[in-house]
Design a protein around this ligand. Structure first.
Ligand code: 5AD
Ligand code: SF4
Length: 439
C-alpha cells in the first residue's frame, strides 16, 4: 500500500467556504488524500478563497508567492485555488502565478477528483463553469467519518438579489436550492456520524425553495421536516434577507423547539436613501417591522446583523439613521464593514466617501454594537441555558460549547461529554464568553 498523500487546506471567508472545504477534503479523500495541518508537509495545498471585500485577490497572490518555494522542497507538491477568487480571476491566476496547478470555481468542486488526476499527469486544470449537474450529488462523503456535534449543511447557494455592492451573484451564480430529500438524507447521515446541531447555509437561505414531495418547499417546511429527524436536536440557518422572512418561517420560530432562538438578519444600513442606492428593496421601517414580528413570535431571540458604512453618498444623517436603527434593535452580535469597491458591481462606478470619515463611522458603530453585545452577555448571568458541548476546555474538567443563543459557554467541573446537551446556569460573563455551572 502506498502512503497516503497529504492535503493542506486554508479556508478564507464565510461558513459556506468551511462547508465546501470539508466536502473537497472528502472528495480528495477518495483520491487517497488525508488532511494535514502543516503546509510544509503537504502534497497538495488548496486555498479556498473569498472575494467579498477588497484586496482579496491580492492577498491570495501574496499567499501563493509565499507558498511557491515549497515546490522546490517537494517536487510532487501541487497548488490549487478554489472559491470565489478562483471564480472571479479564472485563468489569470495561473498567468500571474505559474506555480498554481489547479483553479476551480465553487460550482465545479465535484469535478475535483478528475482535475486532481490531470494535474498528477503534469498538466494544469481549470474549471470555472456553472454546470447543470448537481455538484452535491457527486460530493457525498465516503468513508463515513465521525463528525463534531455541530455541522454546517448547505441547502441553497447563489443569489438573485443583486445588492449594488455585492459580488456574490457573480461568483456564486444564480440562486439554486437543493431538493428537500437530499438535505434530509444528508442530515440523517450527519446524525449517524455524531452531529446534533445543523446550521443550514445559503447566501439567501430563507429564499430556499427546494423540490419537495408536493411541489417546492419553503425554508419553514424544510425546518419542520428536519425537526422530525431523530437525534437532530438543534437547527439554525444563515444568512437571511429581510424580504424573505415569511409568516411561516416566523411561526416556526414560535412553534419548532429545535429551531434555536438566534437569527442573523443583515440590514446593511438604517437610511432609506442608502438602502435604495444599495438596491436592497426594503426600508429601515419595513426591516424593523420584521424584527417586531420575529420578537413577538420568540421574545428571547438574539439577533445579529451586518452593516456597511461609507457606502457611496452616505451622509452624516444617513449614518446617524444606521446608529438609530442599531439602538432600536440592540443586536447580540453584529458585523460591520467599511464599504469596499468590488469591480463589476453597480456601486463600483460611484464616488467614495472620504476614507477617514468612513473609518470614524466604523469605529463609532462598532463601539455601539460592542456596548449592546456586552449588555446582552451580562444579562445572561443567573439565567439557565442549554449548552451543546463541543470540546474540552483548557482547564481540567472544563468543557466548551454553545448556548441556544450561540454564546460560547465554558462549563466548569463539567459532568458532560462532547455531544451532550446539558442544562446549566450562567454564573459569569467574560468579554467573549460566558461561564456556567451545573445547577
Ligand atoms: N463592501 C463591504 N462589505 C461588504 N459586504 C458584502 N459586500 C461588501 C462590500 N463590497 C458585507 C455585507 C454582507 C457581508 C457578508 O459582507 O455586510 O452582508
Ligand atoms: Fe450579496 Fe446578500 Fe445582497 Fe445577495 S442578498 S447580493 S448575497 S448582500
Amino acid at each position: 500500500m502506498t502512503a497516503p498523500k497529504k492535503l493542506f487546506i486554508k479556508t478564507y471567508g464565510c461558513q459556506m467556504n468551511v462547508y465546501d472545504s470539508e466536502r473537497m477534503a472528502e472528495a480528495l479523500g477518495g483520491q487517497g488524500y488525508v488532511e494535514t495541518q502543516d503546509a510544509g508537509d503537504a502534497d497538495m495545498i488548496l486555498l479556498n478563497t473569498c472575494h467579498i471585500r477588497e484586496k482579496a485577490a491580492e492577498k491570495v497572490y501574496s499567499e501563493l508567492g509565499r507558498l511557491k518555494p515549497l515546490k522546490a522542497l517537494n517536487p510532487d507538491l501541487k497548488i490549487a485555488v478554489a472559491g470565489c477568487v478562483a471564480q472571479a480571476e479564472g485563468e489569470e491566476i495561473m498567468r500571474r502565478q505559474p506555480a498554481v496547478d489547479l483553479v476551480v470555481g465553487p460550482q465545479s468542486y465535484h469535478r475535483l477528483p478528475e482535475m486532481e488526476a490531470k494535474i498528477r499527469r503534469g498538466e494544469t486544470a481549470l474549471d470555472t463553469d456553472f454546470p447543470q449537474e448537481d455538484k452535491f450529488e457527486h460530493l457525498k462523503a465516503r468513508p463515513k467519518a465521525r463528525r463534531a456535534p455541530a455541522a454546517f449543511l448547505t441547502v441553497q447557494e447563489g443569489c438573485d438579489k443583486f445588492c449594488a455592492f455585492c459580488v456574490v451573484p457573480y461568483t456564486r451564480g444564480a440562486e439554486v436550492s437543493r431538493p428537500a430529500a437530499r438535505v434530509l438524507e444528508e442530515a440523517r447521515d450527519l446524525v449517524e456520524r455524531g452531529v446534533r446541531e445543523v446550521t443550514l447555509l445559503g447566501q439567501n437561505v430563507n429564499a430556499y425553495h427546494g423540490a419537495g414531495p408536493k411541489g417546492d418547499m419553503t425554508l419553514a417546511g424544510l425546518i419542520r421536516e428536519l425537526a422530525k429527524v431523530d437525534g437532530l436536536e438543534r437547527i439554525r440557518y444563515t444568512t437571511s434577507h429581510p424580504n424573505d422572512m415569511d409568516d411561516a418561517l416566523i411561526a416556526a420560530h414560535a412553534e419548532v423547539p429545535e429551531l434555536m432562538p438566534y437569527l442573523h438578519l443583515p440590514v446593511q444600513s438604517g437610511s432609506d436613501h442608502i438602502l435604495k442606492r444599495m438596491n436592497r428593496n426594503h426600508t429601515a421601517e419595513s426591516y424593523l417591522r420584521v424584527i417586531e414580528r420575529i420578537r413577538a413570535a420568540r421574545p428571547d431571540i438574539v439577533l445579529s446583523g451586518d452593516f456597511i458604512v461609507g457606502f457611496p453618498e452616505e451622509s452624516d444623517a444617513d449614518f446617524d439613521a444606521t446608529m438609530d436603527l442599531v439602538r432600536e434593535v440592540k443586536y447580540g452580535y453584529a458585523y460591520s464593514f467599511k464599504y469596499s469597491t468590488r469591480p463589476g458591481t453597480p456601486a463600483a462606478e460611484r464616488a467614495l466617501v472620504d476614507p477617514a470619515v468612513a473609518d470614524d463611522r466604523l469605529q463609532r458603530l462598532q463601539a455601539l454594537i460592542t456596548t449592546h453585545q456586552r449588555e446582552i452577555q451580562g444579562s445572561m448571568v443567573g439565567r439557565d441555558v442549554s449548552v451543546l458541548v463541543e470540546r474540552k476546555g483548557r482547564e481540567p474538567g472544563q468543557m466548551l460549547g454553545k448556548s441556544e443563543y450561540l454564546h460560547a459557554v465554558h462549563i466548569d467541573q463539567a459532568q458532560a461529554e462532547v455531544g451532550d446537551i446539558v442544562q446549566v446556569r450562567i454564573v459569569e460573563a467574560l468579554t467573549n464568553s460566558l461561564t456556567a455551572r451545573h445547577r
